[in-house]
Design a protein around this ligand. Structure first.
Ligand code: ZN
Length: 117
């Protein structure tokens, strides 16, 4: 089970990166404003990181949701702030497609990703 989880994790990170992306740049969401931003990972850094929108530590790693409302996949994900990342209880649902989003969120099946627009 652990193996499956980490494989999906790695896969989602490769699939989420375009060739132009820098290796250690990740997308974060500001918990206060709900806006997403990119940030280069710093070794030893802990979340939440400083958000450019508040200048305070309100930035959390975002999860990518590649689903569309009608059950297809899209290339440009919706970035979602998962409650569990912030140590909060309860499920998190994607504001775009209403599917549940979890830490290390799984991608749609490969055939849907291949057909994604
Ligand atoms: Zn979604």
């Amino acid at each position: 089970m652990l193996l499956v989880g980490s494989a999906a994790y790695i896969w989602s990170h490769f699939a989420g990166a375009s060739p132009a992306d820098e290796a250690n740049v990740r997308t974060y969401i500001c918990a206060e404003t709900g806006k997403s931003f990119t940030h280069r990972l710093v070794i030893g850094e802990r979340e939440p990181i400083v958000s450019p929108f508040t200048n305070r530590n309100t930035g959390w790693r975002a999860e990518a949701c590649y689903w569309t409302k009608d059950g297809r996949a899209k290339k440009k994900p919706t970035w979602v702030l998962v409650k569990q990342r912030m140590g909060q209880e309860g499920q998190t649902f994607c504001p775009d497609c209403d599917r549940e989003v979890t830490p290390h969120n799984a991608l749609p099946p490969r055939e849907l990703m291949d057909a994604a627009e």
